[in-house]
Design a binder for this molecule. Structure first.
Ligand code: CTP
Ligand code: MG
Length: 279
C-alpha cells in the first residue's frame, strides 16, 4: 500500500464518461497499490461527498470544510485507502463541483482517486458512484465523507466480514440514550410517545458499510427512491430480504453533522497528534 497503482485504474472498463481522473505517474499518498487479494478480487471504497451540510450551517459543502487545516474529504479518503484490502477509491463530488474536488485531491497528492459528480440525494450519489466502478470490483465499501476519522481497524473489520461471505455488513455501536418512538407533529407542539424500544436491542449505525457488489447494485436498481432518498445503504439491502450483519463500530467513526461535532473532531485529531504523530 505504499506505491502508486500501476495496474488497472478505477476508470478502466467503466461505463461512466463523467469520471474525472488525473493521469499522474508520481507516487501518491493514497497508497492504492493492491491489485486485489490472492484470488484477484478487488474491494472499492465509494465515498459520497456531494451533500451541502445544511445542519453544519452556512459555508462551503461539508466535505470541503477543514479539520486541522485538511479538508474532511481528504481525511476520509486517507482513512479508507489505509486499509490493505481497499484497492480503489471513488469520491462522489457535489454535482457542480467535480473539477474543484479533483483539484483538491491532486493538491493533497491523491491523484489515483476517481471523482464523479453526485446527485440530489445521498441515494442518487451512491448510485452514480457504483456506476463508475470497473467490472473487476466485487466488494464495495460505502463511506460518508462526513465520517473523516474512522479508524482503519473498523474499515478492516467490515472488509473481513464481507470477504468471509456476509452480503452486507454495518459497523454499529450500542445506543447510550433511551430511545422513544413518537407521533411527529410537524407543526410543533408536544409529540405523543407511541413506544419505547428495548435499548439492548438497538444499535446506532455508522459507515463504512460493506457489501457484495451484486447485492448493493441490486438494491440500487430495485429499491425506488422515496422523499429524501435512503440515508443508509444497508436498509435498502434489508428491504430486498438479504441478510445484514453488524460488526463493532468505533466512537471515532462519528458523523460530523452539527457545529459541535467539529469541536469533537478537532479534539480527536489533537489527541492523535499527541499520542502517535497524527494517525
Ligand atoms: N451526500 C451525498 N449526496 C447528497 C447528499 C449527501 O453524497 N446528495 C453525502 C454527504 O456528503 C455525506 C454523506 O452523504 O458525506 C452523509 O450525509 P449527511 O451527513 O446528511 O451530509 P449532508 O447531506 O452534507 O448534510 P445535511 O444533511 O446537514 O445537509
Ligand atoms: Mg444529508
Amino acid at each position: 500500500m505504499s506505491t502508486l497503482s500501476t495496474g488497472e485504474s478505477a476508470t478502466d472498463h467503466t461505463s461512466s464518461s463523467e469520471a474525472v481522473r488525473a493521469g499522474s505517474a508520481e507516487p501518491s499518498d493514497s497508497g492504492l497499490a493492491d491489485p486485489g487479494d490472492r484470488r484477484g478480487r478487488r474491494t472499492a471504497a465509494v465515498i459520497p461527498a456531494a451533500g451541502r451540510g445544511v445542519r453544519l450551517g452556512p459555508g462551503v459543502p461539508k466535505a470541503l470544510r477543514t479539520l486541522s487545516g485538511v479538508p474532511m474529504l481528504v481525511h476520509a479518503v486517507r482513512a479508507l485507502a489505509r486499509a490493505r484490502a481497499v484497492s480503489l477509491v471513488v469520491v462522489i463530488a457535489p454535482p457542480d463541483g467535480a473539477d474543484g474536488v479533483r483539484h483538491l485531491l491532486d493538491e493533497h497528492n491523491l491523484p489515483d482517486v476517481t471523482v464523479v459528480p453526485g446527485g440530489e440525494t445521498r441515494q442518487d450519489s451512491v448510485r452514480l458512484g457504483l456506476a463508475a466502478l470497473p467490472e473487476s470490483v466485487d466488494a464495495v465499501l460505502v463511506h460518508d465523507a462526513a465520517r473523516p476519522l474512522v479508524p482503519v481497524e473498523t474499515v478492516e473489520a467490515v472488509v473481513s466480514a464481507v470477504r468471509e461471505g456476509a452480503p452486507a455488513v454495518v459497523p454499529a455501536l450500542p445506543v447510550p440514550d433511551t430511545v422513544k418512538e413518537v407521533e411527529p407533529r410537524p407543526g410543533g407542539g408536544p409529540e405523543p410517545v407511541t413506544g419505547t424500544p428495548d435499548r439492548s436491542r438497538l444499535r446506532a449505525v455508522q459507515t463504512p458499510q460493506g457489501f457484495a457488489r451484486t447485492v448493493l447494485a441490486e438494491a440500487h436498481e430495485r429499491v425506488a427512491r422515496e422523499g429524501d432518498g435512503a440515508t443508509d445503504d444497508a436498509g435498502m439491502v434489508e428491504r430486498l430480504g438479504h441478510r445484514v450483519v453488524v460488526v463493532p463500530g468505533h466512537e471515532e467513526a462519528f458523523k460530523v453533522t452539527r457545529p459541535l461535532d467539529l469541536v469533537l473532531a478537532e479534539a480527536v485529531l489533537a489527541r492523535r497528534r499527541a499520542t502517535d504523530g497524527g494517525f
